[in-house]
Design a protein around this ligand. Structure first.
Ligand code: PMT
Length: 417
């Protein structure tokens, strides 16, 4: 989505500067050209050499370098870019931007630019909530700067709260939205675009009891579904996550309901009430044991193993997708396939009645179950979009951004999709 786009990345001096390296890698993977300006403080956290190696371009540091001004003046640096990204945006650079300072190359470029600016703040929670920073951010927003984050969480300074820089995957999703729909439409979308929307996400496996100590289940870890719940919450949605038994932590800012079986998962989904969007990423067992034993089934010497009489489980996705009043505006299923991936997923979307389906190759060689990365195709009524292999949080960030765009569209556009 970023082919041919030119990003000027301004790296200021904060511990989150190390994430700028990952940001460059991800932007370049998507076809963007990245050129870096690093402040004097930024260069204490990440070396210009590393930025240069990853961007495969010169790194600009010094306003008074005759070579720099000769080869690429500070005005030209901003003219050449489609978008300026300040990441990390420290309290200091935000204050200098708000004050209209031009005391180093980064501030001068930001003052001289007429291009859209995206800032990803990163600082101690007290600095972020200080009246001076709050006022600076307000001023910058009024002048058209777009903000992403900061996120809540533990910080390097041993404090907890808002101040962590958004993850590179989230910043990339924001950049894609800004460049795809234009700045004016993207700004409200980026800042809590799902505020006021209710989302339901299913995640993890289900466990179907054979007896009190044994069960049928699968290898789902919950990583993908939990990442989606977290991504939707970050965009402002009120999220209920219905999770089968997993070891991943409950995402922050999400109401998590823990269940075991498919029957319990369905009941928890229906109890979630009216929703605007549902994402069914759980690996729900298709069958359960028809009559689970109340006592542990004993192994009798010399006897044949007991036969398991299976009964179908309720189909949660198909139930939620049934037309009628109260159906969510957008229902997204997943299709876990080991062969004929896209064809089977297209068929599954129609059979289950959901709006979009995310086709997921779960052949053992892919390591999708339990792994960190995922290769998916997003299928809607209008076609198939092949996504590159991404980290699961990136898949989640992209899907959440797509959901936000879809829910923000007028009804006529929805009908056309
Ligand atoms: O949890 P991870 O280790 O991160 O792995 C992620 C994942 C591979 C589990 C996830 O990305 C994924 O593909 N989830 C869907 C798994 C699945 O059960 O797919 P399916 O093709 O069998 O089912 C199709 C859809 O129907 C899914 O949305 C599923 O949630 C839903 N379903 C299935 C059966 C059922 N009884 N009720 C359902 O709602």
């Amino acid at each position: 989505m970023l082919h041919g786009k030119r990003i000027l990345l301004i790296v200021a001096g904060g511990i989150a500067a190390f994430k700028s390296l990952e940001l460059i890698r991800r932007l370049r993977e998507r076809g963007a050209a990245v050129r870096c300006v690093v402040t004097e403080a930024g260069a204490k956290f990440v070396t210009p050499l590393s930025l240069q190696a990853l961007s495969e371009d010169r790194v600009y540091t010094d306003m008074f370098s005759l070579t720099d001004e000769n080869e690429m003046g500070h005005i030209q640096l901003s003219r050449d870019a489609d978008l300026l990204v300040v990441a990390p945006a420290t309290a200091n650079i935000l204050a200098r931007m708000a004050g209209g300072m031009a005391d180093d190359l980064a501030a001068t470029v930001l003052l001289a630019t007429d291009k859209p600016v995206l800032a990803a703040p990163a600082m101690n929670v007290r600095m972020w909530t200080h009246a001076a920073t709050v006022a600076n951010v307000e001023t910058l927003k009024k002048r058209g700067v777009t903000f992403i984050g900061p996120n809540d969480g533990a910080m390097a300074c041993n404090e907890h709260g808002p101040g962590r820089m958004s993850e590179p995957a989230e910043i990339v999703a924001a950049i894609e939205s800004m460049l795809a729909v234009g700045l004016a439409s993207a700004r409200p979308l980026l800042e809590q675009p799902l505020a006021g929307k209710r989302a339901l996400v299913t995640s993890g496996p289900t466990r179907e009891a054979i007896d009190p100590v044994r069960y049928i289940s699968n290898h789902s870890s919950g990583k993908q579904g939990h990442a989606i719940a977290a991504a939707l919450a970050r965009l402002g949605a009120e999220v209920t996550l219905v999770s089968g038994p997993v070891t991943v932590a409950d995402p922050t800012g999400v109401r998590t309901v823990h269940v075991d079986s498919a029957d319990e998962m369905l009941a928890a989904c229906l109890a979630a009430g009216a929703i605007d969007v549902a994402v069914c990423a759980a690996a729900v067992a298709d069958w359960k044991v028809a009559k689970p034993s109340k006592a542990k089934i004993k192994k009798k010497p010399g006897a044949q193993p007991p036969a398991l009489d299976l009964a179908p489980n309720p189909d949660i996705l198909a139930t939620l997708s049934k037309p009628g009043t109260g159906r969510a505006t957008l229902i997204v299923g997943f299709a876990a396939e080991t062969e004929n991936l896209v064809a089977n997923a297209i068929d599954k979307r129609q059979r289950k009645g959901c709006d979009w389906i995310v086709a997921n190759d779960v052949s053992p060689a892919t390591g999708t179950f339990g792994g960190e990365r995922n290769t998916v195709h997003l299928i809607s009524a209008t076609g198939v979009e092949d996504w590159p292999t991404l980290a699961k949080d990136e898949v989640a960030g992209r899907l959440a951004a797509r959901i936000a765009l879809h829910l923000a569209r007028p009804r006529s556009a929805e009908a056309a999709e």
